[in-house]
Design a protein around this ligand. Structure first.
Ligand SMILES: Nc1nc2c(ncn2[C@@H]2O[C@H](COP(=O)(O)OP(=O)(O)OP(=O)(O)O)[C@@H](O)[C@H]2O)c(=O)[nH]1
Length: 285
């Protein structure tokens, strides 16, 4: 059974308002019950309002917390994006810096620093080979009959210093700009010649270094002779001017226990000989 409280309240108020029931004990008790009920109702109402405003406050707080959290998250995402972009551009910058520090800006060939690295790699490899060869020889010598000659490690690395002949004349005759263009063109031509054999870089000025890993001196001489002859045969067209030139080459092969310096010195000395013998030639050091 459901009770309509509004109707019940009205009935009770009507009874309590009637003067003939004023002093009736049931009316007195009803008045007290009414007052108690009103009091409880008011308290309940206050409690309900309190609870509502508490819930509102909590909702508000939760909302502002989640808004603040979202804001921080967005800031964090933004910072991560900026940091990612920054790191990417730093990486790119490093790659470019590394590249520019290893590439000659004029000829775009490897520069001296890069060539030293390449030579060092070729040397490490060669020295490992030497060690293996030595170990093998030691093993073999135990089995070898007395008096039989021992094999020396074979040369498997050659370097060549290549210097443009009378380059000062090119500058003097055609100007420094044409000189630059000729250096670029010679670089390109020689790079093509060396492709598939080894690596060429600009050693400085009008001097280039060629590294031929795995090349015995005789085979390296064939490659360098072809390079010399092709440079000599080529006419460089720069600004409607025809420039012919030649190169002198000092070639050296790695030998047992050579250091990088001693190998480069041998090539340098051979180049000096090539120059003093009249230029446009390959001399083996
Ligand atoms: N245009 C230009 N000239 C350069 C560059 N680097 C070096 N040179 C020039 O190269 C010339 C080298 O001259 P020298 O050392 O006398 O040698 P050379 O005239 O080639 O004569 P030999 O080497 O003895 O055959 C100098 O005139 C330098 O200025 C460069 O990057 N650009």
């Amino acid at each position: 059974m459901t009770t309509d409280f509004t109707e019940l309240e009205k009935t009770i108020q009507d009874i309590l308002a009637k003067p003939e029931y004023q002093d009736h004990p049931a009316s007195v008790a009803l008045s007290k019950l009414w007052a108690v009920n009103q009091d409880q109702w008011n308290r309940m109402d206050r409690l309900t309002r309190l609870s509502d405003s508490y819930q509102d406050m909590m909702l508000q707080r939760e909302k502002s917390l989640s808004e603040r959290f979202d804001k921080h998250l967005r800031q964090l995402e933004k910072m991560t994006r900026i940091s990612d972009r920054y790191q990417r551009s730093l990486r790119q910058l490093n790659i470019e810096l590394e590249k520019t520090s290893l590439i000659d800006p004029l000829t775009e060939l490897p520069n001296r620093r890069m060539m030293m690295r390449r030579l060092s790699q070729a040397f490490d490899y060669q020295q490992e080979e030497d060690q293996q060869e030595e170990d093998q020889q030691q093993e073999d010598s135990q089995d070898r009959p007395q008096g039989q000659a021992e094999n020396h490690p074979v040369e498997h690395l050659a370097v060549a210093m290549v210097d443009v002949d009378y380059f000062k004349k090119v500058n003097d005759e055609f100007g420094h700009q044409v000189g630059d263009d000729v250096l670029i063109a010679i670089g390109k031509l020689m790079e093509k010649e060396i492709e598939g054999h080894g690596v060429i870089g600009r050693w400085g000025g009008e001097e280039f270094l060629v590294i031929l890993p795995g090349y015995k001196i005789a085979d390296a001489a064939i490659v360098m002779e072809a390079l010399r002859s092709n440079v000599n045969a080529y006419s460089f067209q720069v600004d409607e001017k025809t420039v012919s030139t030649s190169v002198s080459i000092g070639l050296a092969g790695y030998q047992d226990k050579d250091s990088m310096d001693s190998l480069l010195s041998k090539a340098d000395n051979a180049l000096y000989l090539a120059k003093s013998k009249g230029r446009n030639s390959v001399v083996i050091g």
